[in-house]
Design a protein around this ligand. Structure first.
Ligand code: ATP
Ligand code: MG
Length: 379
């Protein structure tokens, strides 16, 4: 394979200075080293990269030795995290060959054979994600036509789409996410394969899907992602209890707006929104038999959450928040003057209030007065 090499000098200000340090150190030690993946893609598109990934021919142990504050991680494949603060690290991956060992289902079970740069290219998912940036020569290296695809705003799979989705079904949701984020067209084979292979998502561990879901919805194009997941039949394999309504739409748009304004967001809020309708339906049924409102609420919440975590797992702290938001709805709806002060002190008040406001603006217009009441008292 002969790559295209395109000279380009990215403005230093656009690069993460910690990533620059990591690349320089590995380079000085005599290894081949590149920025790779989403950061190169985003820089070429004029977007701000979310994270900077580094690829090198140095083995993980060799990289680890170069950085005092680094650690080896990963079971399926070993990576090095170079730590810069408690929250910020740069991930360094050694070139890996596409040689993978798969189980009967086609899913990758072993993927840890080191390789050359060319090997590393073909294990990546889409052409636009397989661009390497040589910081010292100031050039982008493209083995698979990623530059052309970026120019045309198109996404093609590296290799056979059907096989690559079988190897790792998470690539289907990644495809949809980049489709939304970049406004890039999906190739026909990617589209067809997703429509056919969406059920393979059920082979993925709920814990991994939780991480992916946060990436899907905590961004500025969350509602578009939602609609595309639905269109491609992926949504039901993540949230089978969730069906689109105006509340969900408003909440996703609201999340995106908050992110644009640099306001904090929590996954608890969106999950609470996604599952609210189902929780209500279960509650109505249980409440007919169960006289205690509190117990009926608790049981309905429990059932809906148990169903959800079969698909996408949710950490305990998060399910506790979801329950709080739900439970507080009826308390807020009652507008009990004796409870106002207590509620305003409650650390969950803000989330429950935001939830109520969005309900009143969408599926529960009858709550407009209640919403006004709480808006007033909390001022
Ligand atoms: P972003 O960071 O904006 O979400 P990204 O493309 O950088 O997008 P990462 O998850 O950070 O995504 O992964 C970095 C790179 O690793 C990708 O660009 C791709 O080359 C490769 N990669 C990640 N996940 C997979 C996967 N499931 N299969 C194949 N390659 C992958
Ligand atoms: Mg990335």
């Amino acid at each position: 394979m002969k790559p295209i090499r395109q000279s380009i000098k990215f403005d230093k200000k656009l690069l993460d200075q910690d990533a620059v340090r990591v690349v320089n150190t590995i380079h000085k030690a005599g290894f081949e080293v590149y920025l790779v993946g989403g950061c190169v893609r985003d820089l070429l598109l004029g977007l701000e990269p979310k994270d900077f990934d580094v690829a090198t021919n140095a083995k993980p142990e060799q990289v680890h030795k170069l950085f005092k504050r680094s650690r080896l991680i990963g079971r399926r494949f070993r990576l090095v995290h170079v730590m810069f603060s408690a929250r910020h690290f740069i991930e360094v991956a050694t070139f890996r060959s596409g040689q993978v060992q798969t189980a009967k289902s086609g899913v990758i079970v072993r993927d840890n054979c080191y390789g050359t740069l060319e090997d590393d290219v073909v294990r990546r998912d889409f052409n636009i994600n397989a661009l390497y940036y040589d910081m010292h020569k100031h050039e982008v290296i493209d083995f698979v036509g990623g530059l052309k695809d970026l120019e045309a705003k198109e996404m093609h799979m590296i290799g056979d789409a059907k096989l690559r989705f079988e190897e790792d079904p998470v690539r289907m949701i990644r495809a949809v996410r980049f489709h939304s984020k970049l406004g890039a067209k999906l190739s026909n084979d990617i589209k067809t394969c997703i429509l056919n292979q969406a059920p393979l998502l059920s082979n993925i561990s709920p814990a991994r899907l939780y991480e992916e879901c946060i990436k899907l919805f905590h961004n500025e194009y969350a509602f578009d992602v939602y609609e595309k997941l639905e269109k491609y039949g992926l949504l039901e394999h993540l949230f089978k209890q969730t069906h689109k309504n105006d509340f969900i739409k408003k909440a996703l748009l609201n999340t995106s707006a908050r992110i644009k304004q640099n306001k904090p967001v929590t996954p608890a809020f969106l999950f609470a929104v996604f599952l609210w309708q189902s929780q209500n339906e279960r509650f109505t049924i249980i409440n007919k038999k169960q006289r205690s409102f509190y117990l009926a609420m608790t049981q309905a919440s429990e059932e809906v959450i148990i169903n959800q975590i079969k698909q996408v797992s949710l950490p305990k702290w998060l399910t506790a928040r979801i329950r709080d938001i739900w439970m507080m709805q009826s308390i807020l709806e009652r507008k009990d003057p004796k409870k106002v002060d207590d509620l305003l002190q409650n650390p969950r008040f803000r989330m429950a209030y935001d939830f109520l406001i969005l309900r009143s603006q969408s599926i529960n217009p009858e709550l407009k007065d209640v919403a006004k009441f709480w808006t007033k008292v909390q001022q």
